[in-house]
Design a protein around this ligand. Structure first.
Ligand code: FAD
Ligand code: FES
Length: 292
């Protein structure tokens, strides 16, 4: 276990802000060194310079890199307006400078499967843009480029409360024919009416012998149920946790989560260093939910 790693801090310049749905935005940050190093499932911490409120940085997952994949110059993050930092981000203008540090966290491991089934709740869909491009289009990430995730086909089951919160999916147009996107809304205003777990069960029941791997990101209660369903169907599942974080690089222990370390044993691990991606089976869900 690395005790604490000092990470790279950069000034990033905002070059674009696009609204994708009610309260959901994508912001483009010009920052070549970070864009060239970050991997799908990793994240960065973001702070507003010259502001003490909010004092702490906030974590945001890589949405995707921008430019020549071998030498990207920018990266996108997607965000949902929920509090102080994201309310300020909603008003960002091209040319504004932000403090960022990263890349952080372990990212999704390299893996091969036939069907990559991604289950997202709300803003938890953002890591799956880069993941899908890596797995289905062989887009490369990192310097030197890693071999990455490989799959023959992909599904994104994307749940939101209502249609107005469903992010536009035109960013994923280049994946058409390879990525099947199923939107679920709790109020039935578009797509499947109900929770993501309905389509997940259906697709796992229909999979036959097709090797399938599930990745999930979103609210904790959703990920717990996704993990239970995967266990029931005997399908491997990786979770991307969105545990609140203060430093992002291993120093403060604000982000610890209970992880199974052996038969009847568990211990806390830092989501920012040992995670945020964990095998679902390794999370001690009872302890985790009790803590929240
Ligand atoms: C690894 C990682 C990747 C993330 N990626 C993204 C991303 O790509 N896009 C995105 O929009 N958000 C992402 N998040 C969550 C984001 O960092 C928080 O929502 C952040 O706190 C927002 O800052 P804020 O100042 O606007 O809200 P705050 O003022 O910090 O919080 C507003 C409200 O949200 C609650 N809250 C804050 N953080 C969390 C959390 N992690 N889980 C549940 N409730 C929380 C607070 O208790 C408070 O009630 C990620 C978190 C992690 C750990
Ligand atoms: S956020 Fe500080 S140790 Fe993880």
């Amino acid at each position: 276990m690395t005790v604490c790693s000092l990470t790279n801090q950069f000034d990033a310049t905002v070059s674009q802000l696009e609204q994708l749905a009610d309260e959901v935005y994508r912001v483009r940050l010009e920052c070549p060194p970070l864009a060239q190093a970050i991997l799908p499932g990793q994240f960065l911490m973001l702070r507003m310079p010259q502001r003490n409120d909010p004092l702490l940085g906030r974590p945001f997952a890589l949405y995707d890199t921008v430019g020549d994949p071998k030498q990207p110059t920018a990266l996108d993050i997607g965000f949902h307006v929920v509090g102080k930092m994201t309310s300020l981000m909603e008003t960002l203008q091209p040319g504004e400078q932000l403090e960022v540090w990263g890349p952080l966290g372990n990212g999704f491991p390299e893996l091969e499967t036939t069907h990559l089934l991604q289950v997202a709740g709300g803003i938890g869909y953002t890591p799956f843009v880069a993941v899908s491009r890596e797995a289905l289009l062989q887009k490369t990430y990192g310097t030197p480029a890693r071999s990455g995730i490989r799959a023959e086909r992909g599904t994104l089951i994307y749940g939101v409360k209502s249609a107005r919160f469903a992010a536009r999916m035109d960013d994923l147009a280049d994946l058409s024919g390879k990525l099947d996107i199923e939107v679920c809304t709790e109020d039935g205003s578009t797509g499947y009416e109900g929770l993501v777990t309905g389509p997940l069960r259906r697709r796992l029941a229909e999979r036959g012998n097709e090797p399938t791997t599930v990745l999930t990101c979103g609210p904790l209660v959703m990920m717990r149920v996704v993990a239970e369903i995967c266990r029931e169907f005997g399908v491997p599942c990786l979770v991307s946790l969105e545990t609140p974080m203060a430093c992002g690089f291993g120093a403060c222990f604000s982000c610890v989560v209970p992880v199974v370390t052996g038969p009847d044993e568990w211990d806390y691990q830092r989501s920012c260093m040992e995670g945020p991606i964990f095998e679902a089976e390794r999370i001690h869900w009872e302890q985790m939910m009790g803590k929240k």
